[in-house]
Design a protein around this ligand. Structure first.
Ligand SMILES: [Zn+2]
Length: 413
């Protein structure tokens, strides 16, 4: 039934010695017929001391690693050379920053404008369903910030269909949004002839191959090497979405990666801002909140302990919860690991937070998720359970609602 299955996860679950992340997350294949097969590769690598690549990178950023520490001054000079090449002489837009108006995109755009004197255009690919606080914060960004913005909102029908298919085929309901966020800026860059783009963190902080770790720019493999018909999204080829599921190409276009030839012809360059400038979650949050006056959520986010990380989208909780099902890694693990790496909490605190909140079901928007994807409640659990790896889960009891009848075999210590 499934044309995509998470597999090749290591049978033995190992947790990082420093943070609370495990070796279980793998990156699904997105572009078919890539020469080098990047599907099912591990999201984080573990070194011989049992430390994950994300922790190692933070140590290098803080200059606390045994070797290869980062020279920030040198990187700032590299950035200044790039900016001089692209800087506008007449005040027109000279770079693009994609983002939602959350802490990272605000920090990037404002720093480019204020510290480096650039003229950034920010672009936003709409969340699947905006939360009230997300929509209000987005407006606050343009009202109170110093940068201009383009918002693109796909039709609810095609967005919903893609979410449904991604959920059914890959247990990855957030994939269409991730695609849109990743690729929208290059479409705008080509159309408006603004070839310089800054995205957030380098590959390495969020999973990459070793050979990519110290690259300041996006690799060519993130673009499409095929004609549009063969690009794989929601577990299907584009031509299948158009022919079988009756989605128009215009509905799909801005979700899809651009053809590499088009990227080269237009001389598009995508750099990681986090490669050149230190990105610190809490510091960025306070700086950004001061500028745009954005608000945190009125209540704790389900599945974690925080109130301010990605609160824009009603479907967000299902992204983290399905990751918990596929990898045993939920939202609290992501956030606690990140805060632990930056030194905001101790490992013991992180372990307790994961035990308390990880895998909590996102009940608040469950009905909206089912209605968006046209899936019944029983079908929802059936699909979810077909993606539970045997080596991660054991069945306990019969209370299937909110996945209560399953328990992780390997608990974090
Ligand atoms: Zn780690």
């Amino acid at each position: 039934m499934k044309n995509f299955k998470i597999n090749k996860q290591p049978e033995k679950v190992v947790f990082c010695k420093l943070c609370v992340y495990s070796n279980q997350k793998v990156v699904p294949s997105t572009i078919k017929n890539d020469k080098k097969d990047h599907s099912n590769r591990n999201f984080l690598r573990f070194n011989k001391d049992g430390v994950c690549s994300a922790c190692e990178l933070i140590l290098r950023k803080k200059k606390l690693n045994k070797k290869n520490n980062i020279d920030w001054e040198k990187r700032e000079n590299e950035l200044r050379i790039i900016l001089e090449k692209f800087r506008s002489r007449n005040g027109s837009f000279d770079c693009i920053v994609p983002g939602s108006g959350g802490k990272d995109s605000v920090f990037q755009a404002e720093t480019l404008k204020k510290k480096y004197g650039m003229n950034p255009l920010t672009v936003t690919f709409s969340p699947i369903i905006y939360t009230d606080v997300g929509m209000s914060n987005f407006h606050k960004w343009s009202q109170n910030g110093n940068v201009n913005n383009f918002l693109y909102t796909p039709s609810g029908k095609s967005y919903g269909k893609l979410v449904e298919l991604s959920f059914k085929n890959m247990l990855h309901p957030f994939q269409p949004f991730i695609f849109g966020q990743r690729h929208f800026a290059t479409h705008i860059a080509i159309k408006l002839k603004i070839p310089l783009i800054f995205v957030g963190e380098p590959h390495s902080e969020f999973g990459s191959d070793q050979d990519e770790e110290d690259l300041p720019y996006m690799l060519e493999r993130y673009y499409s090497k095929n004609n549009n018909e063969k690009i794989n999204i929601a577990g299907l080829e584009t031509k299948e979405l158009i022919n079988k599921h009756k989605i128009n190409f215009s509905d799909l276009e801005y979700f899809l990666p651009n053809d590499i030839n088009l990227i080269r012809e237009n001389n598009i360059k995508q750099y990681f801002f986090g490669y050149f400038e230190k990105m610190q979650p809490q510091e960025n949050f306070y700086k950004a909140a001061k500028i745009t006056k954005f608000q945190t959520s009125p209540e704790r986010t389900e599945g974690t302990y925080s109130k301010y990380n990605s609160i824009d989208d009603k479907i967000d909780g299902f992204h983290y919860w399905t990751s918990y099902v596929k990898f045993g890694i939920g939202r609290a693990t992501e956030e606690a690991s990140n805060e632990l790496r930056h030194g905001y909490i101790s490992r013991d605190e992180a372990v307790n937070l994961v035990k308390k909140y990880d895998g909590e079901f996102p009940k608040k928007y469950f009905k909206e998720f089912l209605s968006l994807t046209n899936i019944s409640e029983s079908e929802f659990y059936e699909i979810v359970d077909s993606f539970r790896p045997d080596h991660l889960w054991k069945k306990v009891g019969n209370d299937y609602r909110y996945g209560k009848n399953w328990q992780l075999k390997n608990l974090l210590k």
